[in-house]
Design a protein around this ligand. Sequence first.
Ligand SMILES: NC(=O)c1ccc[n+]([C@@H]2O[C@H](COP(=O)([O-])OP(=O)(O)OC[C@H]3O[C@@H](n4cnc5c(N)ncnc54)[C@H](OP(=O)(O)O)[C@@H]3O)[C@@H](O)[C@H]2O)c1
Length: 209
Amino acid sequence: MKLAIIGAGKVGTTLGRGLAAAGHAIVYGVRSPDDAAPALRHAGASVAAVAAAAAGADAVILATPWSATEAALRAAGDLTGVPVLDVTNPLGPGLALAIGHTDSGAEQVQRWAPGAHVVKVFNTTGLENMADPVYGAARVAMWVCGDDDAACAVAARLAADLGFDVVRLDGLRWARVTEPVARLWMELAIVRGLGRGVGFGLRRGAVAP
Ligand SMILES: NC(=O)c1ccc[n+]([C@@H]2O[C@H](COP(=O)([O-])OP(=O)(O)OC[C@H]3O[C@@H](n4cnc5c(N)ncnc54)[C@H](OP(=O)(O)O)[C@@H]3O)[C@@H](O)[C@H]2O)c1
């Protein structure tokens, strides 16, 4: 697939390298293509202005700081019908979630890009686990939340390509639940010092009667 990554920072480039290694064509959408870091020009990747990157992409991966997300979406132009995989977390001061309970960052992204098929994914773990979510026989779980079935399938495929244990929740409103999971990951990994290798898995299985 041709994937535009808007927000070519730590997360964007980690996903870009992993997805390029899985055979996808990456184009990083940046504000100043002429000044782009050499690291963005890895195998399978190119660099363009934000709107040019988004144009013609099979999916857009959004990995901007929350405070820059509305502007980045505006710069991307018309995303009608395009799967937009929202990796952001709506963080305010002190790692507090600025949106929650009856709303989510993902639903705000959907309001900013009303024609897009927004899917929340990749937000609940650190970039080290995005680079390698496999721990022996266990894999980090990745929740997929979106209202469009085909866009959810795209997100699920890309998460599987990276090695995640994909759990489709569907329904963008489920991001109201997974965004706090991201905050829990930050609490454990960063604030309480368990380390950035912490990851959440899903145990499946029937309970004996
Ligand atoms: N770090 C993690 O482990 C992690 C895990 C899950 C989710 N997230 C979420 O992922 C997002 C990105 O995190 P990060 O750690 O990758 O941050 P980061 O390293 O600071 O990268 C952010 C990138 O966004 C770009 N950007 C800023 N404003 C932009 C705009 N208007 N248009 C296009 N690009 C713009 C920046 O480019 P410039 O150089 O032009 O400023 C930078 O390359 C955040 O929402 C974060 O909450 C992070």
